[in-house]
Design a protein around this ligand. Structure first.
Ligand SMILES: [Zn+2]
Length: 232
């Protein structure tokens, strides 16, 4: 079984999934650039946001599991995205492939001066002020802080660092400013923001016998959702 930053999947757990491969696009495509500030408290259960035509869903990615946005996105690149929802969750209010799944993280918008020396891949001329920072810079800025076991940083050479999380390994560029000094243990301030928007895909039910409860099957039948039973 592949390891996830948030631990293994729960038996008899219901998951809302995104299938990025169905769109044939890399995860970068779904990043919001610049990330949008989010004002509100952290929440555990995903929130449904009423829309004009279809509703959307907001998901909070906890920094205790994924210290940086890049940690979450790099795991998603390898393992896809699925989010556990309570069985009582009103998924009927969502429309597969039309409802969007917005992701919130507490380190989405850097509140400190920075220069990664990288051009925005979308050629946006960012001011780099809060509200207009480049989402792609978050990868390189994550080299500034080491978080034990969750986000280990190792300097490769004067331009690159390697990041190791419980599930993935990836490399980033060392920012020009602020300079990386891991011994100093500086804590950089960020603002909470929405950093990605995927489309709601299908439902997954984890069960060792690959059995879906009848009541759940009935509920799904009345929607456009597809539900897949998985062992884990
Ligand atoms: Zn950008």
């Amino acid at each position: 079984m592949s390891k996830r930053g948030c631990g293994s999947r729960v038996n008899n757990g219901l998951y809302l999934s995104v299938a990025t491969s169905e769109f044939g696009r890399p995860v970068e495509h779904f990043l919001l650039d610049p990330p949008k500030p989010y004002v509100g408290k952290p929440f555990r259960t995903p929130i449904i946001i009423a829309g004009k035509k279809v509703n959307h869903i907001m998901i909070y990615v906890g920094k205790e599991f994924y210290p940086f946005v890049s940690d979450y996105m790099e795991e998603s690149r390898c393992q896809g995205i699925s989010r556990r929802i309570p069985k009582s969750f009103p998924f009927e209010r969502l429309t597969p492939f039309e409802s969007r799944m917005f992701f919130v993280h507490e380190r989405a918008i850097p509140l400190f001066g920075h220069d990664t020396g990288r051009e925005c891949p979308r050629k946006i001329n960012h001011s780099h002020k809060p509200g207009d920072t480049c989402v792609f810079d978050l990868w390189h800025l994550s080299a500034l802080e080491r978080i034990k076991d969750k986000h280990e940083v190792s300097i490769i050479d004067e331009d690159h660092a390697g990041i190791q999380t419980p599930s993935v390994k990836y490399s980033v560029n060392l920012p020009r400013m602020p300079p990386v000094n891991l011994d100093k243990k500086t804590i950089y301030k960020y603002q909470t923001g929405i950093f990605a928007a995927f489309w709601v895909g299908h439902l997954e039910y984890v069960n060792k016998q690959k059995k879906i409860p009848e009541s759940l099957k009935r509920r799904v039948k009345n929607t456009e959702f597809d539900i897949r039973a998985l062992e884990e």
